[in-house]
Design a protein around this ligand. Structure first.
Ligand code: HEC
Ligand code: HEC
Ligand code: HEC
Ligand code: HEC
Ligand code: HEC
Length: 169
């Protein structure tokens, strides 16, 4: 029989198919964090901004940091004020509240990891090595899951520290 009608497969196969689709959907929705504002990285990178203009700690501190809504308002007090997603930004600013961004990267506190951006910036490792091509994305998507192995593979290659105390507290 050449014809393959999915609905003629019988119930167990059909259930398996639907379960597979459900799991695929769940995996995809895990990848993209549901953020309070659909902030487009790609649009802003086209304006000629640098990553460190907003993530001002990424070159000099441990944490890269997320920009305050007051930084957004430097432009959005006047620019694109009629767009629905920008209106949300303006509302947060008017209430004097920060936008409650949800974290994308990070380690569980059980792992006691202390990551520092500055030494990586100084070693000329691009943001994209660890975060993917953010200039092509809208809101950040976790593109790399760091295990201890991911960090150590590069540290061995680049002769950086493999001392437990460098990465753990
Ligand atoms: C340097 C100026 C500048 C800064 C700073 C800036 N934006 Fe924008 N943003 C723009 C411009 C210009 C556009 C419109 C681009 C276009 O549509 O042509 C835009 C577009 C947007 C849009 C998309 C609107 C749409 O639906 O098309 C959102 C959402 C947004 N900005 C949020 C933010 C947030 C949140 C911040 C702070 C973290 C921020 N922006 C900081 C200039 C800026
Ligand atoms: C060697 C890998 C690596 C490089 C290179 C890197 N990051 Fe990160 N980044 C991380 C890790 C790991 C975390 C999670 C850190 C944590 O939770 O302690 C992170 C977290 C972040 C965060 C979340 C906020 C914060 O303060 O932790 C932002 C934003 C960020 N990085 C931006 C950048 C930018 C911009 C660059 C380039 C200038 C960059 N990163 C380069 C690995 C890297
Ligand atoms: C106009 C400001 C702006 C610029 C420029 C910008 N970002 Fe962001 N970035 C944000 C905001 C706002 C968020 C929080 C929303 C989100 O997660 O996408 C964010 C989130 C992130 C995160 C996830 C942080 C977390 O929660 O772990 C990473 C990684 C990141 N940016 C990297 C970059 C890189 C790399 C560049 C340059 C290619 C860049 N950003 C340019 C504003 C900016
Ligand atoms: C792509 C390569 C690469 C990756 C991936 C990477 N690192 Fe590094 N790391 C380096 C280099 C290069 C240095 C700078 C070494 C130097 O200055 O001598 C460094 C330095 C550091 C330092 C400072 C060490 C010191 O002695 O002061 C810490 C802490 C660190 N890395 C933690 C991490 C952690 C945690 C991860 C994983 C989440 C990670 N790194 C992933 C290349 C990398
Ligand atoms: C270059 C950075 C780096 C070095 C050096 C390093 N670790 Fe880790 N380690 C990590 C990161 C990152 C994690 C968290 C992985 C995760 O969250 O999945 C981790 C996780 C762990 C965990 C938790 C178990 C796990 O796999 O999640 C233990 C235990 C651990 N490390 C022990 C050590 C010991 C002992 C040393 C020294 C021999 C060491 N680490 C050196 C980065 C490092």
């Amino acid at each position: 029989m050449l014809r393959t009608d999915p609905w003629s497969e019988g119930l167990p196969k059909r259930c398996a198919r639907i379960t597979a689709l459900f799991l695929l959907h769940a995996a995809l929705s895990l990848a993209a964090v549901n953020q309070p504002v659909q902030f487009p990285h790609n649009t802003h990178m086209k304006l000629g901004l640098a990553c460190v203009d907003c993530h001002t700690g990424a070159d000099i501190r441990a944490a890269a940091g997320i920009p305050s809504v007051t930084k957004c308002m430097l432009c959005h007090a006047k620019l694109a004020t009629n767009k629905p997603e920008v209106k949300k930004v303006i509302q947060y600013a008017q209430k004097g509240e920060e936008i409650p961004w949800r974290r994308v990267y990070g380690f569980s506190s059980d792992a006691h990891v202390k990551f520092r951006h500055a030494p990586h910036f100084e070693a000329n490792i691009s943001c994209a090595t660890c975060h993917g091509e953010m200039s092509q994305e809208t809101v950040a998507v976790r593109s790399i899951d760091f295990t201890m192995g991911t960090c150590l593979t590069c540290h061995r290659q680049r002769k950086a520290s493999q001392d437990c105390a460098a990465c753990h507290y």
